[in-house]
Design a binder for this molecule. Structure first.
Ligand code: PLP
Length: 396
């Protein structure tokens, strides 16, 4: 049997390569950070990690993780409800709820699991899910696992959302679901308008804060802070794998009864392992640091404004953003790949994206800003973009 499967897979893999869509991994030989070393590339400045607050190798978090290894051990060898819950898991869940101004929280192994296990326990075939067309793959998969009727609206298009809500009026319950920040454009979901439509058409709201938590809002509390909606959104999901230290782990936080039901019925919670104690302990430390000072958020916001202003001045076409994701628009797929390669030669690590990851004709280089970037890092990046951009005729 495997002979035929092998031939089939080989052909598919060749097709992927020929379409230029084959994914390779670049090997990093240092901890994650603003400055890293990559195999065959030497030292580079990193502008493509989700390390928005620069916490991935933060000394305080490393220390908290090491201490927890000694006090709580390496692993739990259990799902949460059998014997996989320690005091620190409960403490972290409480910190998450406090941070977002919600009633309760539940931890998952990843946000992919939080989203995968959010819908099926709460909604049935008599209900409706109204989902943004550009929502993360894990939301799409979670919706697929649920029997609710599905409605899709164009990315952040409020007219279309209203249209879909009208169509969904026959159903028992309605849930609108959106990413807080969309990862390719860095655009922030218009939560004020989404919330107003939810009120008008009697719906609940779920927001995935993976790219917005720690980043958006004056104190990094995410889109509910930015739009003054703290405590009003029924369901928030997020990750500990991006701004919040970058290790692993996801969560759902929101209304008490919803979280309680997820503990009873959410399959990735019931049938998958607990996060390691060191991750829980470092997570607690991270939320404590967030509530003590706003330095990292302030620096991230300053860096983002500095970078986008300078890049626009240099003549680049930048998508407007309130997040730490900056899309440098090039529109041409080949150009996006060649320019990213030349930038790497200049010691700037960025990734070019093109169809099908972004719409046809909208190829770009995505630059992710971090609080860990110094002015010097940003200036080097801007200078490299300007040099390569002129060489390639992108700017004058
Ligand atoms: C990264 C991401 C996820 C997945 O988070 P993990 O914790 O890495 O599984 C889910 N949703 C969105 C919007 C993301 O950006």
């Amino acid at each position: 049997m495997y002979n035929r499967v092998q031939a089939h897979l080989k052909k598919e893999l060749t097709d992927i390569k020929e379409a230029g869509l084959y994914k390779d991994e670049r090997i990093i030989t240092t901890p994650q950070g603003a400055e890293i070393e990559v195999e065959n590339g030497g030292k580079v400045l990193n502008f493509c990690a989700n390390n928005y607050l620069g916490l991935s190798n933060d000394s305080e978090l490393v220390k908290a993780a090491k201490e927890a290894l000694d006090s709580h051990g390496y692993g739990l060898s259990s799902v949460r409800f059998i014997c996989g819950t320690q005091d620190i898991h409960k403490e972290l869940e409480a910190k998450i709820a406090e941070f977002f101004g919600t009633e309760d929280s539940i931890l998952y192994a990843a946000c992919f699991d939080a989203n995968g296990g959010a819908f099926e326990p709460l909604l049935g075939k008599e209900d409706a899910i109204i989902s943004d067309a550009l929502n993360h793959a894990s939301i799409i998969d979670g919706v697929r696992l649920c029997k609710a009727q599905r409605y899709r609206y164009k990315n952040s298009d409020m007219e279309d959302l209203e249209e879909q809500l009208k169509k969904a009026q026959a159903q028992r319950f309605r849930l609108i679901v959106t990413d807080g920040v969309f990862s390719m454009d860095g655009n922030v979901a218009p939560m004020d308008k989404i919330y107003a439509l939810a009120e008008k058409y009697d719906a609940m709201v779920m927001v995935d804060e993976c790219h917005s938590a720690g980043v958006v809002g004056e104190t990094g509390r995410g889109v509910t802070e930015l739009f003054d909606l703290r405590g009003k959104i029924e369901i928030i999901t997020g990750t500990l794998g991006k701004a919040f230290g970058g290790a692993i782990g996801g969560f759902t936080t929101g209304k008490k009864e919803i979280i309680d039901m997820l503990r009873q019925r959410s399959r990735p919670y019931l049938f998958s392992n607990s996060i390691p104690p060191m991750v829980a302990a470092a997570g607690i430390k991270m939320f404590d640091m967030m509530s003590e000072t706003n330095d990292l958020q302030d620096r991230l916001h300053e860096n983002t404004i500095y970078f986008t202003e300078k890049m626009e001045k240099a003549g680049f076409d930048i998508k407007p953003t309130k997040s730490a994701i900056t899309a440098v628009m090039l529109y041409d797929a080949k150009l996006s790949q060649e320019m990213a390669a030349k930038l790497l030669d200049e010691g700037i690590y960025v990734i070019g994206f093109y169809f099908p990851v972004v719409p046809k004709g909208e190829a770009r280089i995505r630059v992710q800003i971090s609080a860990a970037h110094t002015r010097e890092h940003l200036d080097k990046c801007i200078a490299a973009f300007t040099k390569v951009g002129k060489e390639m005729g992108v700017i004058k």
